[in-house]
Design a protein around this ligand. Structure first.
Ligand SMILES: [Zn+2]
Length: 128
């Protein structure tokens, strides 16, 4: 005999509903994953986390691409920025030469410029 429970909305539900609920939840999760943008999906992978950690270890300081920080001022990097954006070239998502260490302030300025359509790659090392 299925056990009855009440949902948050007060509806009565039996344990027979649980497999259906779980299936619906799995479908919703799958849909959510598919709906996420390609950059978000690539950044959510363990490969990105490992690459970012390795890059941060080698490059712990903000590269100050816009000259915001005064000469000699050392600011720790908190963000890893894709110089060529993932949506422009997904093949370079995990290219360590396509990552720049930035502090949150510099990253927000760079992203603001990108939203205005500025090619910000010019602010980083030109050998990329
Ligand atoms: Zn900075």
């Amino acid at each position: 005999m299925p056990r009855k429970t009440k949902t948050k909305s007060g509806d009565s539900m039996t344990s027979a509903h649980l497999p259906l609920c779980r299936a619906l939840e799995a479908i919703r999760e799958e849909r959510k994953t598919k709906e996420r943008s390609l950059p978000a999906r690539l950044r959510s992978r363990a490969r990105w986390a490992k690459l970012r950690a390795a890059h941060r270890k080698q490059n712990p300081l903000c590269c100050n691409p816009l000259g915001i920080h005064s000469e000699g001022v050392v600011v720790p990097a908190s963000d890893s920025h894709h110089i060529v954006a993932i949506h422009d070239n997904p093949a370079r998502a995990y290219d360590i030469n396509n990552i720049a260490p930035l502090c949150a302030l510099c990253h927000s300025h760079i992203e603001r410029l990108e939203r205005k359509g500025v090619d910000t790659s010019i602010y980083f090392n030109s050998t990329r």
